[in-house]
Design a binder for this molecule. Structure first.
Ligand code: B12
Ligand code: SF4
Length: 691
């Protein structure tokens, strides 16, 4: 049997076609389809030589090689994929599926059947598994669906097909029998995950470009949140690979690829505290240092465990908080105590663990009050530098309680739930498929939201996500000053209706994503918000700082300072004749109030209204990675930084410093000057010009 396993398309970051090969390979590597590779390893263990096709890569090649005109001219990706597979002959094509790209996957499956009518076209993965019957009834080119975990089912199926025997008795299959689509019994769960072979990463070359290598840690979740499909798919039986097994796999990756940072795949790792501790202790006892990220619930973790995880190399945790409303927590059966959730985000920040604070809006029962609570949770988490809040609009995943409850009132419009819409450009055929089969493509529909207008919901989501990226601290300041960020958002909506013509007919999501939005918003804050603010000085200081950072981001140059090469190498020793210069991108601004104090108060949620009028200077720059850096300068540092302009030597600066009679009590002026210069170098504000 010649078997070809095909990943589900998931790389929406490639969409604009402008991504270079290096970045593309990294993106695709990090999206390595662990399920497909696990199946390939099982087949290899049986002596087969399966091939793995990464549809993300095929898509990338199509984007790269076709010109934009062609792309819009009917030569869509599906036909390209069809010609890609036309002269690749296999007996078995197995396609993995996920809701977001299911229409596309089905169209590719149809192409495969057209080119290779005698080959078996089989679907598996989280989406096909739950809409198996409806899919096979609607699409005759699908021969079979393998439901659920497939490491035991697939080899049996391949054997049956090779020997032309009936697969009917194999558990975990959906197939046609006498004109009917029928299911065999469910396949038993794989209880001992250590028994699975190491995934066939050698069949997926892009994996070597990963920053964080994906390794499966376990399956199943005992909880039953109403929007989630995991407990349905991997069921509620929680399983983990043993620490020894995980560490052996991590070592193997390190040896083969030189990568020691991992994305440990499991929806919910921290169910059993003892097992998390055992994993951490094993990592600590091991002679190599590994870094890793995982998923957790905030009620299955506490500060002690977080501290241990950080020590054992944990650098990122995905927290599905879902809603900031205590009422909605109960309705969606998530049941988190939100104060504790906030506290876990704080603890992670303390131990420098990055947290994805994942929130959703658009639940059917959600009122404006609930939405305000979610927006507040989102913005409150910005107080922690290591927190990365996310907000998406609910997509009713097939076969989840929420989808089943609302299946007769799902709506399809352009305002689709974004969970499944992002990414693949949809062709007309996709729209037709989706419109014709809500039971198969439910995640492209929206559930009714009777208490909140969907346009409002969507705009608030776009505002918060882009606002966080462009003016993180200002957003927090506005939230704190106005009482809830939604109030500030509504004022902005009012202002932009009167002042921004593009809002009447444009694509709002596109508007929020482009550079004009932060500039417009800062103007709104200056002209409309500050005059009525309770804390005008603090907000003004925040606006000026964000404006300067935006300027840096948009590449505006600071004339003379950026034209030359300046070294920030701290090993180069200074002599009296060393010339100094500002490092490229450094910019100094005046703000009307103590910025450090404002940030302190934001972190503690203390009032901003009594911040005194006390102008300070800030040195601002962006790191090579684009991260903003803001330093409040003491009067001495500000003076010295000014003296470093114009390529003066250390000696010249010291002479000028003495003339200006700057005093540091108890420290001789020449020493104070040298120490100040060294500090500015350490802070990466000045360096030695290279020419
Ligand atoms: C890692 C992950 C991601 C990664 C992507 C990884 C990748 N390779 O592309 C990222 C973070 C990008 C991601 C994004 C999204 N994800 Co996701 N993701 C996961 C997660 C946590 C793990 C996937 C995994 O590797 N599992 C481990 C392997 C072993 O399992 P598996 O892939 O399911 O494979 C097994 C079986 O399914 C089967 N199988 C799989 N393929 C095939 C093919 C054949 C032929 C056969 C026979 C069998 C078979 O056999 C495999 C071995 O047993 C799952 C949840 C989960 N625990 O699985 C969600 C999950 C797959 N994601 C989900 C969703 C909804 C999304 C998003 C739409 C979310 C969003 N808000 O945008 C996006 C869509 C991405 C896109 N742009 O299209 C849902 C899918 C639900 C559905 N009905 O399709 C899941 C199940 C989460 C959930 N709880 O609901 N995701
Ligand atoms: S959302 Fe998380 S905790 Fe809830 S059922 Fe899904 S995986 Fe489990």
């Amino acid at each position: 049997m010649k078997v070809c396993l095909i990943s589900a398309p998931t790389a929406n970051q490639l969409d604009n076609g402008a991504v270079g090969e290096g970045d593309a390979a990294r993106i695709m590597g990090e999206l390595a389809p662990v399920g497909i590779l696990s199946l390939a390893a099982v087949l290899e263990a049986k002596g087969l030589r399966p091939e793995v096709v990464d549809l993300n890569r095929v898509y990338y090649e199509w984007l790269r090689d076709s010109n934009p005109g062609e792309r819009n001219n009917g030569t869509d990706f599906c036909s390209f994929a069809g010609s890609y597979f036309a002269d690749r002959h296999f007996d078995f094509f197995g396609l993995s599926t996920v809701c977001s790209s299911y229409p596309l996957t089905l169209r590719i499956a149809q192409e495969l059947k057209r080119c290779h009518p005698d080959s078996a076209v089989v679907l598996g993965g989280p989406q096909a598994s739950v809409v198996d019957i409806a899919t096979m009834r609607a699409y005759p080119f699908v021969d079979l669906v393998v439901r659920g975990e497939a490491e035991h089912t697939l080899p049996q199926l391949v054997d049956a097909l090779a020997s032309h025997s009936s697969p009917a008795a194999i558990p975990g299959l959906t197939f046609r029998q006498g004109g009917e689509v029928v299911r065999s019994q469910d396949a038993p769960l794989i209880l001992d995950l250590d028994s699975l072979p190491f995934p066939a990463f050698h069949l997926f070359p892009d994996v070597r470009f990963c920053r964080h290598f994906p390794l499966e840690l376990g399956r199943g979740c005992p909880f039953a949140c109403t929007f989630c499909s995991t407990n349905d798919f991997f069921r509620r039986r929680f399983r983990l690979k043993s620490p020894e097994h995980m560490i052996a796999e991590m070592r193997r990756v390190k040896q083969t690829y030189g990568i020691n940072s991992f994305e440990l795949v499991h929806d919910m790792f921290t169910v059993d505290r003892k097992r998390v501790e055992a994993f951490c202790h094993s990592l600590l006892a091991c002679d190599e240092k590994f870094y890793w990220g995982c998923s957790a619930r905030t009620d299955c973790i506490d500060e002690d465990l977080i501290a241990l995880m950080a020590k054992a190399g944990c650098r990122g945790i995905f927290f599905g908080i879902e809603t900031g409303s205590a009422r909605m927590q109960k309705i969606i059966d998530k049941g988190l105590e939100l104060n504790d959730s906030a506290d876990r985000v704080r603890s992670c920040d303390k131990y420098k663990i990055k947290t994805a604070v994942s929130l959703m809006a658009g639940f059917p029962d959600e009122t404006m009050r609930d939405l305000r609570d979610t927006a507040a949770f989102f913005v409150d988490s910005l107080r922690y530098d290591h927190a990365d809040p996310q907000l998406s609009i609910l997509a009713p995943l097939a076969d989840t309680p929420i989808q089943k409850q609302h299946k007769d009132s799902l709506a399809l419009n352009d305002d689709v739930a974004d969970m499944s819409y992002r990414g693949w450009q949809q062709e007309l055929q996709d729209h037709e498929m989706i419109a014709g089969h809500p039971e198969i493509f439910s995640s492209f529909y929206s559930v009714p939201t009777p208490f909140v207008e969907r346009e409002f919901l969507k705009e608030l989501r776009d505002f918060l996500l882009n606002g966080m990226r462009s003016f993180r601290r200002l957003l927090l300041g506005l939230h704190q000053d106005s009482g809830n960020v939604v109030d500030a958002f509504q004022q902005w909506q009012e202002w932009r209706t009167k002042n921004l013509a593009q809002f009447s007919n444009g694509d709002r999501t596109a508007y929020y994503a482009q550079e004009g939005f932060p500039a417009d918003f800062l103007e709104f804050v200056r002209l409309r918000y500050i005059p009525a603010s309770k804390a005008p000085l603090a907000i003004q200081a925040l606006v000026e700082c964000e404006a300067a950072l935006l300027d840096r981001r948009n590449g505006s140059r600071d004339g003379q300072h950026n034209q030359q090469q300046v070294s920030d190498d701290l090993d180069e020793l200074l002599s009296p004749d060393s010339r100094l210069e500002w490092l490229p991108g450094v910019h100094v601004i005046n703000v009307p109030a103590d910025y450090l104090e404002i940030v302190r108060r934001l972190r503690r949620r203390s009032p901003l209204n009594d911040i005194p009028n006390q102008p300070v200077k800030l040195a601002i720059r962006r790191t090579a990675e684009g991260e903003p850096e803001v330093r409040q300068l003491s009067p001495l540092s500000a003076e010295l930084l000014e003296l470093c302009e114009g390529r003066r030597t250390v000696r010249e600066i010291a002479e000028e410093f003495l003339l200006r009679k700057m005093e540091v009590p108890g420290v001789p002026p020449d020493l104070a000057c040298l120490a100040g210069i060294e500090m500015l170098r350490q802070q990466r504000l000045i360096g030695l010009p290279q020419n």
